[in-house]
Design a protein around this ligand. Structure first.
Ligand SMILES: [Zn+2]
Length: 84
């Protein structure tokens, strides 16, 4: 029952919140773009748990970077964007 392989790799497959020190599962995808660094159609993504969605979107929002906040389940990776 206690297979030593049980946890190997499985944790990396669960997308977690991008907030510093947070290990919660991601519920939201924050799509953003820094116009100084990225082509306009390019999307960087941060992941957020329910608790940090507001904090992270504010961080991006005040800088004018935030483009979209989408439920993780509904997120489709646009072409040319990167995983965090
Ligand atoms: Zn979090």
């Amino acid at each position: 029952m206690n297979s030593p392989d049980f946890f190997s790799g499985s944790e990396a497959d669960i997308p977690t919140c991008s907030a510093k020190g947070c290990r919660d599962a991601a519920v939201w995808v924050l799509a953003w773009n820094n116009p100084k660094l990225h082509a306009p159609e390019r999307r960087k993504t941060w992941l957020a748990c329910e608790e940090h969605r507001e904090h992270l979107s504010q961080f991006l929002g005040v800088r004018g970077f935030l483009k979209d906040v989408v439920k993780f389940d509904e997120w489709e990776q646009p072409e040319g964007s990167e995983r965090p």
